[in-house]
Design a protein around this ligand. Structure first.
Ligand code: MG
Length: 380
């Protein structure tokens, strides 16, 4: 039997609700319904073929955006359960947090943002919200997935004030400098913990990182020594996994304990109090946070900028630029559905809107679909 939810947790029965009126479910609470809608969405399935760091075709063992999202949800749920806040909501936010990513990881996002610079730019976080609010086509009576306010609040992790002004109530916290609920704060940190650790695993497996240089990071070194003390001869994938699982456990335990203390000291009386209290309540201790940041910086300098990853980034940029320019100059290359929207006489759209449709289309592609579109168009 789960513990009773803390008073500052999000509660399904007190949700600020959905944009479109929607009947409840007999067996599931509102956040479980959100989670299930996300899992059944086509954007979620496409995460399977979207790059996290390594492009999908480099090997079957690497993380994709889908397996990354599942690992984020696992870490998020553990933290939420330990703190007696809403596990279902945390899970829903974690599973949806990367839905708006373009193909080819951050390189793809940068390339599409550059293509869109005269048309309002492209931001994956805003795109995640747009997917669940508008782009998914599943229900006869409303667009998108019609998720609850709290899940949408968690999905919109960052937002410029200018964009926030266009988003109505969901954008207000960025204008008022408020925080989201605790569940959203957990999802945010669970994301960082997940990628810091799984990128070490993937980087080592790919041969782009080695354990000896990783030991320059204190967080790795402490756990390397603990594992070697117990099993001096351990090596290869056993060594890698024994270190990584200890690091995740260490960081997550520290985060839970530090957050518990912080929450007790602030003593929020409900979720609105959490939003208005002026600081994040989900934190690591200063020492662990600095070790975690140092590891993040190490990965930034040694993995994300590795020449093999850079090569992928260049290919990504070329592919996205090519597709964007091709669709802009020859809209007849787009799907019949998109062409019908663009050429509609009854509901005329302008260049800005056409360009956004093209960006949405490219952003929704998987890596391999983007490559195959590139090949299809260039061979004509
Ligand atoms: Mg992520």
């Amino acid at each position: 039997m789960a513990n009773e939810l803390a008073i500052y947790a999000a509660r399904s029965e007190n949700s600020k609700g959905r944009v479109h009126k929607d009947d409840g479910s007999e067996y599931r609470n509102e956040y479980q319904r959100d989670r299930d809608r996300i899992i059944h969405s086509s954007a979620f399935r496409r995460l399977e073929y979207k790059t996290q760091v390594f492009v999908n075709h480099e090997g079957d063992m690497f993380r994709t955006r889908l397996t990354h999202s599942i690992e984020v949800a696992q870490i998020g749920r553990t933290i939420a359960r330990a703190l007696n806040v809403n596990e279902d909501l945390t899970e829903a936010i974690c599973l949806a947090h990367d839905l708006g990513h373009t193909p080819f990881g951050h390189a793809g996002q940068d390339a599409l943002n550059a293509c869109m610079k005269d048309y309002g730019g492209f931001e994956h976080n805003l795109q995640s919200l747009k997917i669940v609010d508008l782009l998914e086509k599943r229900y006869a009576i409303f667009p998108g997935l019609n998720l609850t306010f709290e899940t949408r609040e968690g999905i919109l992790k960052h937002c410029s004030k200018n964009n926030a002004k266009t988003l109505g109530i969901i954008g207000e916290r960025f204008i008022n400098n408020e925080k989201p609920g605790i569940e959203a704060q957990i999802a945010n940190i669970a994301d960082e913990i997940a990628y810091n650790n799984h990128d070490i695993d993937d980087g080592l497996r790919a041969g782009l990182l080695d354990i000896e240089s990783l030991r320059k990071c204190e967080l790795v070194d402490i756990h390397y020594k603990r594992v070697k003390e117990k099993w001096p001869d351990l090596s290869g994938s056993h060594l890698r996994h024994e270190i990584i699982r200890r690091m995740i456990n260490y960081v997550v335990s520290d985060l839970i304990e530090t957050s518990e203390e912080l929450i007790t000291s602030v003593s929020p009386i409900d979720i609105d109090d959490v939003r208005k209290c002026g600081k994040s309540l989900i934190r690591m201790s200063k020492k662990t946070e600095s070790m975690h940041k140092a590891l993040k910086k190490f990965l930034h300098d040694n993995l994300y900028r590795h020449e093999r990853v850079n090569l992928m980034a260049e290919q990504a940029k070329e592919t996205i630029d090519y597709l964007f320019n091709a669709y802009m100059t020859m809209p007849e290359l787009l799907t019949d559905e998109l062409q019908a929207v663009i050429s509609s006489e009854s509901n005329k759209i302008d260049k800005m809107q056409t360009t956004r449709l093209i960006a949405d289309y490219i952003a929704g592609m998987t890596d391999r679909f983007a490559f195959s579109e590139h090949d299809r168009i260039s061979s004509n």
